[in-house]
Structure formats: structure tokens, C-alpha cells
Design a protein around this ligand. Structure first.
Ligand code: PMP
Ligand code: GLU
Length: 403
């Protein structure tokens, strides 16, 4: 038997978003003036009341193992939040807390998929979904969408992806990377299809608080009285409360799936961090003003970013309805040259931009969206302006031929 990593581990692609973010942070540490449009991470500090709760937890000696699925205190707080914000009635036994929503999703797929089971994923999609499905033995099946559909797959595209092996549909509204928001009618269509064909809806609602132009989030689990029985609702505190480093995410869903996840987590990670759990309960139950403050700031930043992009010849974008990302359409300049190098892919664009202008963006290929790059606007207005000024200079220095 030879040493070396397993076939399974060897096949896992690294998270491109985290890789680019790490590279940008490293360049910054080395003294370079880097503009980071890469990371999907709020630039705000965690609100003081939440940090105070963490201190209180330490003072109270909450430093021991908690129940695997999370403290009753936090699961009750999650139930209250789901009732208050989403009109949903869950019991603590229908909730499991994990180390961030990414962890929640990954365990979830491990617990619902058998080898060869299919998960329909609308594209462009967040980097980790296809990989997580594959890691659980499942098969990602893409339902493509484009700018013409506002980055929500059409009913025909979704329907044609359904087969006898469909186990789940990956719904993300508002979405990463497109910021698209599904309408009530689109949600109702999906729910009906799921009921007819008996598959789960995994609803990632991590961006639920970041909707713009007066739009309001609706959880698909609340659409009909039966909807919650086939929905696995995923959420967390990372985005809404600027708590990315605290690592608290959760799933609300049918008790049998939650129980399987509890077993899985009990053998792999035990409970999420006890201090962070206490702080997360404060985030969910305490004053919510900071959430609206961030939403308001993101809306202004989105407007600035979109306006500046539309002024750059050769580039374009749609105005997203939610989350904090813009999909920059670079199709108009692909095939041109920068510094003698052909820029013919989103990866070549992102590499040359980082190398020459110190601006980090995520190439669309990471999201199954060649021809685009994702820009996060979870950074200050001033940084957005500086970054887009550099992108404009980068694009205007491109030539039609190698020189
Ligand atoms: N879902 C989506 C769509 C995301 O963008 C993120 C951000 N990384 C996550 C889930 C996971 O968030 P976290 O693990 O920080 O809770
Ligand atoms: N969700 C964020 C992003 O897409 C954070 C990085 C990650 O977890 O992939 O950039």
C-alpha cells in the first residue's frame, strides 16, 4: 500500500474565492496597495453588543462542550428568529447548529445523498456547491441562467434538469454570485415541481437581509403549509451580523434529516464553538438596527459600483437585487491584449488585473460563468471608486493586437 492522499481528497478543487482572498490579503501584508473585490465578507465590525455577549459567555464559564446540535438557548433563539422574520414555526429538535453555513451545507449533503443522486444547481453558482455535492457522492446537474433571465433559470431550464435521480434543488435567493432574487411565482413553480417529483429544496438564505429597492425576502419554506417539510433551510450569522470569523451556521428542517446530521456531526466535529453560540443568540435576539445600517450601506455601494462599471467602454453588468456582488460582464473585451498577453478568459483577466493593477476579482469560471468576473461590494465606497478607476485604466490600456 503506497502513501499519498486518497483519490477522493485528490479530486477536491480548492475554494477559488478563499484562495483569491488569501492571495490579496498576503499582497496587502507585503505592503502592496491591493483593492480586494474578491472576498464575500462584510467589512463592518461585529456589533459591540454581540462582542459583549461573547465576553459574558467567557465570564460565565461557557467553555465546555455543548450538545452536538447546539445549545438549547441558541436553537430557541433560531426558532424565534425564524418565526419573527420568516413566519415559520420550528421546534429546537428541527434545528442543528454547525461551524458556519458552509459546514451546515456540507453535512447536509452527506446526510441526504446516496451515490449517484443528483442535485440541481442553478448556474452561475457559488463555488462550493458542486464540490460539496461531489464530496458526498452526488452529481451536480446544472440549470443555466443568464442576464436575459435576470440570472434565475427559466421554468423550462429547471424542468429539463429533473430526472428520476433528482434528490434536491439548490436554491440561493438572493444569490451568490449574481445577487439575483427569485420572485414569489418562481418560488411557487419550484415548490410545485419539488412536490410533484418528490425532491428536497435546499434553501440557502444567508443573504436574506440584503435586498434592495424595497424588495422583501420570502423563504420558500413559508410559501404553503407543506413547504417546510421538503425544505432544508440553511442560514447563519456570517453575513447579516458581520460575523464571518465566528463560524456559526444552521439548518432548519425535517427532524429525521436533522437527527442524521446530528449523528454525522457527533462523529466529525462535535458542537460549534460554545462562546460563538452564545454571541450568535444575542445577534439573533438583540437589536437589529445594525443589519439595516449595513443593508443601507450596501445598497449605496451597489449603486456606485454599477454606475461606474456602466461608464467603462467594453464592460457591462446588471443591477443586482440583493447580496453584495456584481457580475461584471467582460465578454466585450475578451480576446484583447494587455502587456502583450492575450486576455481570453476570465482567469486571464483576473490574473492580469491583480498582477498589474493590484485589484482582486474572482474569475467567473469559479462560478460556472465564463465571460464574467465577480466583484464584491462589501468594501468602502472610496475603495470601490479606486478599484473601478484602476479597472477602467486596465481596460483602456488593452490593445486589439499583441504589440
Ligand atoms: N452560502 C453562500 C451562498 C455564501 O456566499 C456563503 C459565504 N461563504 C456561505 C453559504 C457560507 O457562509 P459561512 O460558512 O460563513 O456561514
Ligand atoms: N461566501 C464568500 C464568497 O463567496 C466567502 C468565501 C467562501 O466561503 O467561499 O466569497
Amino acid at each position: 500500500m503506497a502513501t499519498g492522499v486518497s483519490k477522493r481528497a485528490g479530486q477536491i478543487a480548492p475554494s477559488m474565492t478563499l484562495k483569491i482572498d488569501a492571495k490579496a490579503k498576503e499582497m496587502k501584508q507585503n505592503g502592496l496597495d491591493v483593492i480586494g473585490f474578491g472576498a464575500g465578507e462584510p467589512d463592518f465590525d461585529t456589533p459591540a453588543s454581540i462582542c459583549d455577549a461573547a465576553r459574558e459567555a467567557l465570564l460565565k464559564g461557557m467553555t465546555r462542550y455543548t450538545p452536538v446540535s447546539g445549545t438549547l438557548h441558541l436553537r430557541e433563539a433560531i426558532c424565534k428568529k425564524l418565526s419573527r422574520d420568516n413566519g415559520l414555526d420550528y421546534k429546537p429538535g428541527e434545528i442543528i447548529v454547525s461551524n458556519g453555513a458552509k459546514h451546515s451545507l456540507s453535512i447536509l449533503f452527506q446526510c441526504i445523498l446516496n451515490d449517484g443522486d443528483e442535485v440541481i444547481i442553478p448556474t452561475p453558482c457559488w463555488v462550493s456547491y458542486p464540490e460539496m455535492v461531489r464530496m458526498a457522492g452526488g452529481v451536480p446537474v446544472y440549470a443555466a441562467s443568464g442576464e436575459a433571465d435576470n440570472f434565475v433559470p427559466t421554468a423550462a431550464s429547471i424542468q429539463s434538469a429533473v430526472t428520476a435521480r433528482t434528490k434536491a434543488f439548490m436554491l440561493t435567493s438572493p444569490s451568490n454570485p449574481c445577487g439575483s432574487v427569485w420572485t414569489r411565482d418562481q418560488l411557487a413553480f419550484l415548490l410545485e415541481l419539488a412536490e410533484k417529483n418528490d425532491f428536497y429544496i435546499v434553501s440557502d438564505e444567508i443573504y436574506e437581509n440584503f435586498l434592495y429597492d424595497g424588495l422583501k425576502h420570502q423563504s420558500i419554506a413559508s410559501l404553503t403549509p407543506g413547504a417546510k417539510h421538503r425544505t432544508l433551510l440553511v442560514n447563519g450569522v456570517s453575513k447579516s451580523y458581520a460575523m464571518t470569523g465566528w463560524r456559526i451556521g444552521y439548518v432548519a428542517g425535517p427532524a429525521d434529516v436533522i437527527k442524521a446530521m446530528d449523528n454525522y456531526q457527533s462523529q466529525s466535529a462535535s458542537n460549534a464553538n460554545s462562546i460563538a453560540q452564545y454571541a450568535a443568540a444575542e445577534a439573533l435576539l438583540g437589536c437589529q438596527d445594525s443589519v439595516e445600517g449595513m443593508r443601507d450601506a450596501f445598497e449605496k455601494r451597489r449603486n456606485t459600483m454599477v454606475q461606474m462599471i456602466l461608464e467603462i467602454p467594453g464592460l457591462s453588468c446588471q443591477k443586482p437585487d440583493g447580496a453584495f456582488y456584481v457580475m461584471l460582464n467582460i465578454k466585450g473585451i475578451l480576446g484583447r491584449y494587455y502587456g502583450g498577453k492575450k486576455i481570453d478568459t476570465s482567469m486571464a483577466f483576473a490574473d492580469a488585473l491583480l498582477e498589474n493593477k493590484h485589484v482582486a476579482v474572482v474569475p467567473g469560471i469559479a462560478f460556472e460563468a465564463e465571460g464574467y468576473c465577480r466583484l464584491s461590494y462589501a468594501i468602502s465606497e472610496r475603495t470601490i471608486q479606486e478599484g473601478l478607476t484602476r479597472i477602467a485604466a486596465f481596460v483602456s490600456a488593452m490593445t486589439q493586437k499583441a504589440e
